[in-house]
Design a protein around this ligand. Structure first.
Ligand SMILES: [Zn+2]
Length: 94
């Protein structure tokens, strides 16, 4: 069985020599183009996903909270995840 001597970089899509893959550094512009291309489905679906979320009970609750000055539930949950030490399930830094 023959193996190709080149392979695509998983991060930027550049064709890199297998033997030198460890030393490959992604070109930032190429990386950005590749990442945008890879996420085009999610980007294209953003508007409809947002409309769908806002039409659901969680989205309607968020729209009720926002003009009343309450923080977004989604934002609070994200902050809790970021500040929780996942190893112990306790707030980070404790
Ligand atoms: Zn790369």
């Amino acid at each position: 069985m023959m193996f190709a001597s080149r392979m695509p970089c998983a991060q930027c899509g550049a064709s890199v020599d297998r033997a030198a893959a460890e030393g490959h550094t992604c070109d930032p512009r190429r990386w950005l183009d590749f990442q945008l291309l890879a996420s085009r489905t999610a980007v294209a679906a953003f508007d409809s996903d947002l409309r769908e979320f806002l039409a659901g009970k969680d989205g309607r609750f968020e729209m009720w909270l926002a003009p009343r000055g309450f923080p977004s539930v989604v934002e609070v949950r994200a902050l809790a995840v970021l500040t929780t030490d996942v190893r112990y399930g306790v707030p980070a830094g404790r």
